[in-house]
Design a protein around this ligand. Structure first.
Ligand code: SF4
Length: 171
């Protein structure tokens, strides 16, 4: 019986070590991973986060719990920039806003993980206000009807957080 108990404790410690190692390798911060996009029943986020008043919907690749706070983590492939792309930053800020408004949990910052670097983005009131202004402008454009792309740069679309839902995208 004692041997079985020791074995179970050993297995438990091994699992904790393996999980922490996998978390470090993914570039995730310390804390409990409470949500992994497309990973089945282990997740606690059954549906995308949706705020009808803002017309905002989305779900980050990961969410890590740190005390009361939830930290969104977005993983990007391809070229690693010296500074995170603005579209990616606003996408992350949107997740922070959705976490606060829809789940009622603090979300003070998020992480953008590129292949060669991870950037921490503080969700400051100024950055949140910038996002709200962008969303308001988008709603105005939407109400106008036919909104055309204002540039010819595929790279800009590749870095854009709205690429998945944009019918004007170049890449
Ligand atoms: S055209 Fe669409 S995908 Fe490209 S930058 Fe503009 S909003 Fe983003």
């Amino acid at each position: 019986m004692l041997v079985l108990g020791l074995l179970l404790v050993g297995l438990g410690l091994l699992l904790v070590w393996w999980t922490q190692r996998a978390q470090r390798e993914l570039g995730l911060p310390a804390g409990r991973v409470v949500y992994v996009d497309d990973m089945g029943p282990a997740q606690t986020l059954a549906r995308p986060l949706y705020d009808p008043r803002l017309g905002l919907v989305g779900k980050p690749d990961y969410m890590v719990e740190q005390g009361e706070a939830l930290i969104p983590v977005e993983v990007k492939t391809g070229h690693t920039p010296t500074e995170p792309y603005p579209g990616h930053v606003y996408q992350l800020v949107a997740y922070g806003l959705l976490i606060r408004r829809v789940l009622g949990r603090p979300s003070p910052y998020g992480l953008l993980r590129y292949p060669e670097a991870t950037f921490r983005v503080e969700f400051t009131p100024a950055l949140t206000d910038e996002l709200l202004a962008i969303l308001a402008a988008m709603r105005t454009d939407e109400a106008r009807g036919d909104v055309r792309r204002s540039h010819q740069h595929p790279a800009r679309c590749r870095a854009c957080g709205f690429r998945d839902i944009c019918d004007q995208r170049l890449a």
